[in-house]
Design a protein around this ligand. Structure first.
Ligand code: FAD
Length: 496
């Protein structure tokens, strides 16, 4: 059972009155409050947990959001910001005593500045729409989550999202320059701008990855990059996933930073092959797909190093994509991997932990043992260059006890990542999914200090309570040396 904060009786009692005030801010078409329509918002991409919110509000401007937050503050109603709802950690899971603020109507690109190489977009604009807006002039936006067709740039900022290209070009935090944010008190503030330097505290850095706990992002300014002259892709097939993992470390050890470097195990490779038939070797225990970009001479030199590393690590075969259609085809299977694995079992649970690259081979071997011990199958597809693992645990939620087993295996894998010097999340965030494991990585003092940052932005704890922190302290209590008093009680939320 997932435990969430007990619903506030005040919020439930005051909601009908609050709804009246909200109707003065938003047209009826932007307020969803019937049970049937609310079902569409019950969960995000972590579908195991669901909760009907009091209402879903679809504002079109920062000013409307500011007024909504004023009503919520007055009536004691909690708020869950939601971009496209693709979070895999339950970050946009609604609350029983809260409204969801959906940002899908903030969907305009506001400014394209090729001189400063920036794009400013409203936070509901999809990640891919940014690249689409600038690609005719030879530019792109580098962070590329696999969900990029739909996930919003505001959600990317809130989760500090990554993707295949983040090995070379950095995560969202390395590519975001500024944001407009509505604070829980209704103030509209701007942090950062069109340049990387910060004159004061790096508040943009604080907001990036804050999972909707500190403010509602309404505009984002990102940097765009010129598309590299050329890109080449290569697929190396291995007899073991450990050998593929060792090859990743060997490539980086040779001083090559590919634009992307991904591993898929045999289960995933075959699922992808069944799904889109791109020509992957079905008999390989693991394939390593990587991309090198740059000038012709850079590519030739780096591909030479990669081939040498692959030989050194015992690759069975190495296939190079020499033309653009072949390169695109090589990646198509990787991009479709999650959907392809979705056909193998009624449900899968995508875990997201990161480990130092040198630990890849041994952690992958230990993960296999853990999966066997829990009696579940795992499909592996992951951002190997970053050491960011995404084991997809296959299960059937209709079989009693299987979800619990999947969760237990996921938790064991994440503990293993932390034990080996890694972290609980590489890119999907903590949300509700990893909230109760935060203690494996942080001490109570660490967590209290992090919660003081939350309190500086949101002293009443209205934004996304129950996410990220395993224990919710009242902000007044955090001012004291001892922080054991004043905890919020959690109630159980049924699983689906
Ligand atoms: C098939 C699939 C593949 C994926 N692949 C990747 C991947 O490769 N890399 C990766 O990093 N992630 C990936 N994800 C996870 C997910 O797409 C990202 O976390 C994404 O950034 C979430 O964006 P969203 O707009 O859907 O946000 P939501 O899911 O709506 O929200 C995510 C969190 O951000 C908060 N939030 C959203 N918008 C705002 C805002 N404007 N202001 C303040 N807080 C906000 C929410 O409260 C929530 O806590 C994948 C998900 C799926 C389903």
């Amino acid at each position: 059972m997932l435990k969430m904060p007990e619903p506030s009786a005040d919020a439930l009692r005051n909601f009908p009155r609050a709804l009246g005030a909200l109707r003065a801010i938003l047209p009826d078409t932007s307020i969803i409050s019937t049970r049937e329509e609310l079902r569409a918002y019950e969960c995000d991409a972590l579908t195991a947990y669901r909760q009907t919110p009091l209402a879903v509000l679809l504002p079109e401007s920062a000013q409307q959001i500011s007024r909504i937050l004023g009503v919520c503050a007055a009536e004691g109603i909690n708020i869950v910001p939601r971009g496209a709802g693709t979070s895999l950690s339950g970050g946009s899971l609604p609350l029983a005593d809260g409204v969801v603020i959906g940002l899908s109507k903030l969907n305009r690109i506001l400014d394209i500045d090729f001189q400063n190489r920036t794009v400013t977009a409203q936070s509901g604009v999809s990640n891919l729409a940014i690249t689409h807006a600038v690609q005719a002039r030879g530019y792109f936006y580098a962070p590329d989550p696999s969900s990029q067709i739909v996930c919003s740039i505001g959600g990317n900022l809130a989760e500090n999202s990554g993707g295949v290209h983040c090995l070379k070009y950095g995560l969202t935090t390395n590519n975001v320059l500024g944001a407009e944010v509505v604070l829980p008190g209704g103030e509209i503030v701007r942090v950062g701008g069109k340049r990387l330097e910060h004159d004061v505290y790096d508040l943009l850095g604080v907001l990036t990855g804050s999972e909707g706990l500190l403010g509602i992002v309404t505009e984002v300014t990102v940097r765009i990059l010129p598309k590299p002259e050329r890109a080449a892709a290569l697929l190396a097939a291995f007899d073991s996933i450990e050998a593929a993992g060792a090859c990743v470390a060997a490539i980086i050890g040779r001083g090559v930073i590919p634009a992307g470097m991904e591993i898929m195990d045999r289960v995933t490779t075959n699922a992808a092959e069944d799904y889109c038939g791109v020509g992957y070797p079905r008999d390989a225990e693991a394939v390593l797909i990587l991309e090198i970009d740059g000038s012709e001479s850079e590519i030739a030199e780096e591909l030479g190093e990669v081939r040498a590393a692959a030989d050194e690590c015992g690759a069975k075969s190495v296939t190079e994509a020499r033309d653009e259609p072949t390169r695109v085809r090589l990646w198509a299977g990787r991009k479709a991997a999650f959907s392809a694995v979705g056909r193998l079992a009624p449900d899968y649970y995508c875990v997201d932990g990161t480990i130092p690259r040198r630990e890849l081979a041994s952690v992958l071997a230990r993960m296999r043992e853990l999966a066997r011990a829990h009696g579940l199958e795992v499909a592996n597809v992951f951002h190997a260059g970053d050491g960011n693992l995404h084991p997809l645990i296959l299960y059937d939620a209709n079989v009693p006890g299987q979800l619990e087993k999947a969760e237990a295996l996921g938790a064991d894998i994440l503990r293993l990542c932390v034990e080996r010097g890694g972290v609980l999340t590489g890119e999907h965030g903590v949300g509700v999914e990893k909230r109760d494991l935060m203690g494996t990585m942080f001490s109570e003092v660490d967590l209290a200090q992090q919660q003081r940052v939350k309190c500086a932005f949101d002293p009443d704890g209205r934004l996304n309570p129950g996410k990220v922190f395993p224990v919710l302290h009242r902000c007044a209590e955090l001012g004291r040396v001892h922080v054991h008093a004043g905890r919020t009680r959690f109630a159980e939320l049924p699983r689906f």
